[in-house]
Design a binder for this molecule. Structure first.
Ligand code: SF4
Ligand code: FES
Length: 249
């Protein structure tokens, strides 16, 4: 029989297999840890820091940190939820996210996190960066205005599609996603049904000509907040802090 490790998250007992991350163990235990760059089936990347938890008092990203026996993990604290809320706020002003005109609205993880965290208006000043769109491919569109640099498309292309359609170029504020060809996505072997497109959590990498196909009211996050599918134990909601219940501030 495989050995299991025991530890706690917010005082609740959790078990993990050796090598399993805190996030995977939390998911299995019905405890939601917010995330954007992590996606089941892809290797961990540790870029967005939304999943930051305290492990024995030290901050760690839950998507990359393996669980260990006896560790004490804090996830749902006012401080951590405030930190996550600030990160989400910053993502909105760093890019150009006009939800009302975005094909991904209602199915967007960034938008759904904003709802979950009660973000109704930007806290920081918009930066309105100038970003280019790659519409070179007949079936695939990259709108960098909405790209949050999570690398889910990059990893999905490599790990699930067996391709290498894109990567990052530039540094700091200039860092952006670029097709792995000198002439944009039209020069790559990307296809509209690639896992890379499905992996994009926002409306940055899209199939052309299928926008707004799901009516309002039937979209993924119209009925339940993001993370609900992880929260298997209803009684857990009583420990969820106000900020994560979507209370506006
Ligand atoms: S295009 Fe989408 S999946 Fe790719 S890095 Fe940007 S936000 Fe992430
Ligand atoms: S989900 Fe862990 S760093 Fe992004």
């Amino acid at each position: 029989m495989e050995q299991t490790l025991e530890f706690t998250i917010d005082g609740l007992p959790v078990t993990a297999a050796p090598g399993e991350t805190i996030m995977a163990a939390a998911d299995a235990a019905g405890i939601y840890i917010p995330r954007l760059c992590a996606m089941k089936g892809l290797s961990p990347f540790g870029a967005c820091r939304l999943c930051t938890v305290l492990v024995d008092g030290r901050s760690q990203s839950a998507c990359t940190q393996p669980a260990a026996a006896g560790m004490v993990v804090e996830n749902d604290t006012e401080q951590l939820q405030g930190f996550r809320k600030n990160l989400i706020d910053m993502l909105f002003v760093e890019g150009n996210h006009f939800c009302m005109a975005c094909e991904k609205s209602g199915n967007c993880e960034l938008q759904a996190l904003a709802y979950r965290f009660g973000i109704l208006a930007p806290k920081y000043q918009y930066q309105f960066p100038q970003r280019e769109i790659d519409a070179s491919h007949p079936d695939v569109l990259l709108d960098r205005n909405r790209c949050i640099l999570c690398a889910r498309c990059v990893r999905a292309s490599q790990e699930l599609d067996g391709k290498e359609i894109a990567g990052f170029v530039g540094r700091g504020g200039e860092k952006h996603l670029a097709a792995s060809s000198g002439c944009g996505f039209v020069g790559t072997d990307v296809a509209a049904d690639d896992a890379a497109l499905a992996a994009c959590p926002v409306g940055a990498l899209l199939r052309k000509r299928v926008g707004f196909s799901t009516p309002i009211g039937q979209r993924k996050y119209d009925h339940q907040p993001i993370g609900c599918e992880k929260e298997l134990r209803p009684e857990k909601s009583s420990t969820t802090s106000d900020v994560q219940k979507g209370v506006a501030s």
